[in-house]
Design a protein. Structure first.
Lengths: 655, 99, 164
């Protein structure tokens, strides 16, 4: 069935917008809670159907030319300054599929996960979910950089509001603000880049810009700064070093939010942006090199940090940062297609992992891996899907992540970046290691016995912290387990989640399997030739990581203590998150707060001071003038005589 | 004597009366000053009337004199009242309307 | 040196001198007496202007009535026994300045325009003319004046009623 793909894209875009507006505009609907939830999910379902139909229609149309529909927004003398609309091409329709699918699954999952939230809060949650879906699709379908930026900012706002959903918790509020600030720092760069680009070329439109770039009509002078500024924006949203610090703290939000925002959609916006403008970046290879090196470094850094986390969501968060580094490295090597493919597969299995982690947290009542154990027996469905996701993430053949990861590795090698390639390989090893550490600790092994010896999970020779400072939830105020009204879950009573939660899990797992198998059967079309030793090398690296994890945490032939001691200084640094947060805090205190205080002082003493002085003078002057009224008649007669004098002099009687 | 002489005389007497009104401390002194001013005005009126050959100004002067007498009577009544309440005829003490 | 000019100057000098004595005198009673002299000098000026009736009214009402009133006022309000009638002027400089400036301006204004230098001839008796016009042209103001005097009489007697 064909149809106009633009129409489908518009439908997909406007359904969540309508949902947000309706839920927002009708307080009774919002306060009804579950009704809003189903309404929002219904709109998301329609959006998904529209996205699928649109993808099919575009694929059937056969043309490689992008189609778009725009409407004038800001008029100006030489035609519209800015337009809004949709741009439909292969990239945007595919991305739209991912966004609508994950959005729908997350919304359905949330109806069960957040079932004991008060109804008005639930309404607020779904309004925000709808708004987020709309703004993310606005980024995906943007035909010009201006609409992209507006929706980009809107995405940031929604993510801040969703991370801070439990805004009464101070950590959540702080985490939301931190996410907002750090991504905002990147967004400034993006805005500067967009404006400079407009100055250089005179247009915001993506199709026109692409045409200009490919026909070499864009002057190269100053283009590096522009692309670097655009990369800054991507750096913020996609959590590249050093702007990655917001992502682990963003785990204070509900787990479905993490699945949506920090796995599949918002953090991929940066990667998507770079993919969208790859023809621009192709003109500035130096910036691309920076992108590649930074991506590889981020991947390795985040992998190291993930190895020492005990909070299951934080492990997944760092893993997301790491995988985003992979995508960026591929783009930096010049093969945006590989990065985009990894984006798609990663979106699926990371969302799967997050939602699975949510099921575990919901059942056990704690985020901490040390509180879990032997869940495979008690929650078999969750264990299976989580295992599927982990195998995909580790890059084992037959599962989704394998082909895309190998593509990334191959592209980085082919692009001529050997050292980043080695960094990525090391990160792959660590990825397999830490993910399977979580699997073995949580799903296999003995349960219960671990609960008493909390500190036994990762013994720490040198430092006094038991675990990274902010990830250790105490009983009762844990991040997203405290709200479970039906008793804080415990290990003994762990069971598989209700269908509304396991349903999405199975859907994602099946999709991951299908992708994995189909890639094995028909490998994705690659733009380059990988060396023959690459695939076996990747498989060996993954399997050795799994082996190390198994030996350490399942069979216990290698002591975790010994491993920890062997990497002592690195471990300490990792536990302190390489002091980046402290650096940011120090910068904030010494620069921003000082500046704010100076401005505040100026406002209080100079601006207000001027006003106060003027008012004091007025009052004083009035006081003095009051004494003119002596109350004595003679003085008034004198005044009349004086006035008569003045009048006579003025009208010139006597001159 | 021309009109100018009479007008000059009236102006001088008027200003002397004004000076007296403004500077005298005793309320009756103020009234004396007012009397001088009114006299000067009357001189003006009669002079103008005479030099026009008309009697209108003189009739006006008549009225002015009568009204002045009334005003003096009332003014003195006020002064007496003030003296009764304040036991002082000094104009410096009448300042209840001061700001 | 006609009689008219001599008379005018005599009366003028008397008037101005008496006026200065009124305002500059320290003794209130002396000031009142000098005012009487000034009023009589004014009557003389009226005579030089052929306004005999006005002069007579001036002497009768002003010099007679007003002075009497003022004297009685002084008697009532000043403590004659044991205390000198004295008063000191205040704000002399400011008042003098304004008065002097006003005088200068007025004189300059007067000296500008062309003013008549000779009196026009009189057609008949001014007093008879005045009487006629009082009862013909100015009847209404005349009657209203009577009402005004009545109001003044009432007001003054109300003011000066005995305290109770």
């Amino acid at each position: 069935m064909t149809g106009n793909p633009v129409f489908f894209a518009l439908t997909a875009l406007l359904m969540p917008a309508a949902s947000f507006l309706i839920i927002g505009a009708l307080p009774p609907l919002r306060r009804a809670g579950r009704v809003a939830a189903w309404f929002s999910s219904g709109c998301a379902l329609v959006a998904l159907v529209a996205a699928v139909l649109g993808w099919r229609a575009f694929a059937a149309a056969g043309t490689a030319e992008p189609m778009r529909a725009v409407w004038w927004w800001l008029p100006s003398v030489r035609g519209p300054l800015a337009t809004v609309g949709v741009l439909v091409d292969a990239q945007s329709t595919t991305m739209l599929l991912l966004v609508t699918l994950v959005a729908l699954l997350v919304q359905v999952y949330s109806t069960c996960y957040l079932s004991d939230e008060p109804a008005p809060s639930l309404g607020r949650y779904y309004a925000l979910q709808s708004l987020f879906a709309f703004s993310m699709m606005g980024v995906v379908l943007a035909p010009n950089l201006l609409q992209l930026f507006v929706c980009w900012e809107l995405v940031g706002v929604c993510s801040c509001l969703l991370i801070g959903y439990w805004y009464r918790k101070p950590e959540a509020a702080r985490a939301a603000l931190k996410a907002f600030w750090i991504t905002k720092a990147g967004d400034v760069g993006l805005l500067i880049g967009i404006v400079l680009l407009h100055r250089l070329t005179g247009t915001f439109d993506l199709v026109e810009l692409r045409h200009l770039a490919e026909t070499s009509q864009i002057p190269l002078a100053g283009l590096s700064i522009i692309t670097f500024c655009i990369y800054l924006g991507a750096m913020g949203k996609s959590a590249q070093f050093p702007l990655h610090v917001w992502l682990p703290d963003a785990m204070e939000g509900p787990t479905p939010v993490s699945a949506l925002i920090h796995a599949a959609t918002m953090v991929t916006a940066g990667v998507y942006l770079l993919t969208r403008t790859e023809w621009l970046f192709a003109l500035t290879p130096q910036v691309l090199a920076i992108v590649c090196w930074n991506g590889a470094f981020t991947a390795l850094l985040a992998a190291v940090l993930a190895c020492v986390q005990t909070d299951i969501k934080r492990v997944l968060a760092y893993s997301t940062v790491s995988q985003l580094g992979y995508m960026m490295a591929a783009i930096g090597a010049g093969f945006a297609g590989a990065g985009f493919l990894h984006l798609l597969t990663h979106g699926i299995f990371k969302a799967l992992l997050f939602l699975g982690a949510g099921a575990v947290i919901h059942a056990v009542g704690s985020n901490d891996v040390a509180d879990m154990g032997g869940l495979a027996r008690r929650m078999p469905q969750t264990a299976i899907v989580f295992l599927i996701g982990t195998l995909s993430l580790a890059g084992v053949p037959l599962f989704a992540g394998f082909a895309s990861k190998e593509e990334v590795l191959g592209s980085v090698l082919h692009g001529g970046f050997p050292i980043p390639f080695l960094m990525l390989l090391a990160a792959a090893f660590l990825t397999a290691f830490y993910m399977f550490r979580v699997v073995f600790l949580a799903f296999f092994g003995e349960g219960g016995a671990r609960r008493e010896a909390r500190s036994a999970s990762i013994p720490d020779p040198g430092s006094t912290h038991l675990s990274p400072p902010t990830s250790h939830p105490a009983a009762g105020d844990s991040t997203d387990t405290a709200h479970h009204g039906h008793g804080v879950g415990s290990l003994a009573h762990a069971h598989d989640a209700p269908f509304l939660m396991t349903g999405p899990l199975w859907i994602l797992a099946i999709i991951a399997m299908i992708i994995g198998v189909s890639f094995l059967v028909t490998p994705p079309h690659a733009e380059f030739e990988s060396p023959g030793w690459l695939t076996p090398a990747a498989v060996v690296v993954a399997l050795s990581g799994i082996l190390l994890a198994w030996l350490t945490y399942q069979r216990r032939t290698i002591s975790a203590d010994a491993l920890a001691r062997a990497f002592g200084p690195i471990r300490r640094a990792a536990l302190a998150r390489f002091w980046l947060d402290d650096l940011y805090l120090a910068l904030y205190r010494s620069v921003l707060l000082v500046f704010s205080r100076a401005i505040g002082w100026t406002d209080r003493y100079l601006v207000d001071g001027v006003l106060n002085v003027i008012s004091a003078w007025t009052l004083d002057g009035g006081d003095r003038l009051r004494r003119m009224q002596t109350g004595k008649v003679q003085d008034y007669v004198w005044a009349v005589g004086f006035g008569l004098l003045v009048l006579m002099a003025w009208i010139g009687v006597a001159w | 004597m021309g009109l100018q002489a009479y007008l000059t005389l009236a102006a001088v007497v008027f200003c002397i009366g004004l000076f007296g009104t403004v500077t005298r401390r005793n309320t009756i002194g103020i009234l004396l000053g007012i009397e001088l001013m009114l006299n000067a005005v009357n001189i003006n009126l009669v002079a103008f009337s005479r030099f026009r050959g008309d009697d209108t100004g003189m009739v006006f002067t008549l009225f002015a004199i009568c009204i002045t007498v009334t005003e003096v009577a009332l003014g003195l009544a006020i002064v007496i009242l003030l003296f009764r309440t304040r036991r002082s005829a000094s104009a410096d003490h009448i300042d209840w309307l001061r700001g | 040196m006609t009689l008219e000019i001599v008379a005018f100057w005599a009366f003028a000098v008397t008037l101005v001198g008496a006026g200065l004595a009124v305002v500059l005198g320290k003794n209130l009673f002396h000031s009142v007496l000098f005012l009487a002299l000034a009023l009589i000098a004014t009557a003389g000026i009226f005579l030089t202007l052929d306004a005999e009736f006005i002069a007579a009214v001036q002497v009768l009402l002003y010099a007679g009535g007003v002075i009497t009133l003022v004297v009685f006022g002084i008697v009532v309000t000043e403590r004659l026994v044991g205390e000198k009638l004295s008063h000191v002027s205040r704000h002399v400089a400011a008042g003098g300045l304004v008065a002097a400036a006003l005088a200068i301006l007025l004189l300059r204004g007067i000296s500008h325009g062309p003013l008549a230098t000779t009196k026009p001839g009189l057609a008949g008796d001014l007093t008879r003319q005045m009487g006629t016009s009082l009862l013909t042209r100015f009847t209404l103001p005349f009657e209203l004046l009577a009402v005004l005097l009545l109001i003044g009489l009432l007001g003054a007697s109300y003011f000066a009623r005995p305290e109770d």
